[in-house]
Design a protein around this ligand. Sequence first.
Ligand code: BMA
Length: 293
Amino acid sequence: PIIPRNLIPTANSIFNSAVVPYQGTFAGVFRVDDTQRRMNLHAGFSQDGINWQINPKPIDWQFEDQELAPFEHRYDPRVVWLEDRFYITWCNSYHGPTIGIGYTQDFNRFHFLENALLPFNRNGVLFPRKINHRYVLLSRPSDNGHTPFGDIFLSQSPDMIHWGEHRYVMGASSGWQSTKIGAGPIPIETPQGWLLIYHGVLTSCNGFMYSFGAALLDLDQPWKVIRRSASYLLSPQTLYECVGDVPNVVFPCAALHDQTTGRIAIYYGAADTVTALAFCRVDEVLDWLETES
Ligand code: BMA
């Protein structure tokens, strides 16, 4: 773990958070549940990607349409540099959980764009570039509760506002991913396809258990799955993954990819309490996927 639950005074927990390279340093959007247990998003900054300063106040979104402004909850952010700005997607509430989209240029002023999809939906994840002249968004249609089902779908948009041309990507299957699955970090482009790290949920005697694995999606038709891991890449096994507000949860929301070394840094929430960091390499994961799928 790199971020403790109480890094800022009002925090009950800081987890499921997304970071990006920013002006030679790092910036991010963090899920902070406060001591009233309100779920909200905060901006944060780091020189090294490991030691973080998180703003004590939540992000103050600028809304053009005040209809969308009332706060209910905001959680599980993803952040991506796309064309000319950083887009943020998260689980927003508008009469139930749905996918909020906003943007920032500087992690100081944040603009709310729209709710991309109808409720109920979670795990909205943008691809880092247009594909076939369309913005592309993964999501996981769901229910208003703790959702005992869930498959990954894809939607396309000409303008980041209007989403359609929905395609099925993949669904819950067996073992660690038998109850539901959801896209994790922004997909990583490789010559072989889009590398998608995703979480999967198993229902045990103790409730849900969240692990994560990987899949390879077609570069031009990313709803087509080339490979998908039968085993998990990482499952909750350490104390900080197994003990916390929600035991037995690892939930990845960001993966920084160093093009030179091929190294990936995966930022994931552990036990819905702290933010943790794991490393792997693109070539290792792709080789592993060949034996795994
Ligand atoms: C999901 C989301 C995640 C959370 C997970 C485990 O439904 O709420 O934020 O990490 O449950 O509690």
